[in-house]
Design a protein. Structure first.
Length: 202
């Protein structure tokens, strides 16, 4: 049985490091990150409905010192460590597993391949955070029912007028984050009124 990680290792920020405080809707807690690469990786984790839980800075690669692992990522029956690397030589020097968990190297080029998804989810997450304490399950159901046929964002917002746009988007994005609906355009185009949403195929 693979280990699980729920509590990040606390470290002191070095003078040259950034400190980025975010709230994770998936974990329902605050997350502290120390680089924009870690911030981008976090957004990818929030965007992936197959990721059930994750933990930042879960452990060191070996023992209590050395390279700190950036994320533990669990998809239920399978888990991986994410190590954010900058170059190919680092990838070659990295072990294939640590603490019984396989290690996946996420280079800057890997993150850049998801630039559009990252940019879009940087806009989506604040809606989920703002409405995290008061999710509207009834509205989510009504939106899901309407998405029996694909809809553009502008049509969905118009359909639920006079409800506040932010309320509609928060419910819509909750369905998206949990994998009940999809919006393939978010990987290639900016989020906007013409973004198409539809139910996930069964």
């Amino acid at each position: 049985m693979q280990p699980s990680y729920e509590k990040p290792i606390e470290i002191s920020r070095r003078p040259w490091q950034r400190r980025i405080e975010v709230y994770s809707p998936k974990l329902k807690r605050r997350v502290t990150l120390f680089s924009w690469a870690a911030h981008d990786a976090w957004l990818l984790l929030e965007a992936d409905p197959t990721v059930k839980v994750f933990c930042e800075r879960p452990a060191y690669l070996e023992g209590g010192a050395g390279r700190l692992i950036d994320f533990w990522v669990s998809r239920g029956r399978h888990a991986k460590f994410w190590v954010l690397g900058s170059a190919e030589p680092e990838k070659l020097a990295m072990p294939k597993s640590a603490h019984g968990v396989s290690v996946q190297i996420m280079r800057r080029a890997d993150l850049m391949a998801f630039d559009r998804r990252i940019d879009n989810w940087a806009q989506i997450v604040p809606y989920r955070v703002s409405f995290a304490r008061y999710p509207d399950g009834r509205l989510q159901k009504d939106i899901f029912d309407r998405l029996e046929k694909p809809h553009r964002l502008e049509r969905l917002e118009a359909a639920f007028h006079p409800l506040d746009v932010a309320t509609v988007r928060a419910a819509l994005f909750e369905l998206l984050a949990t994998g009940k609906i999809i919006a393939p355009d978010l990987d290639s185009k900016p989020l906007g009124l013409t973004t198409m949403f539809r139910r996930t195929a069964k």
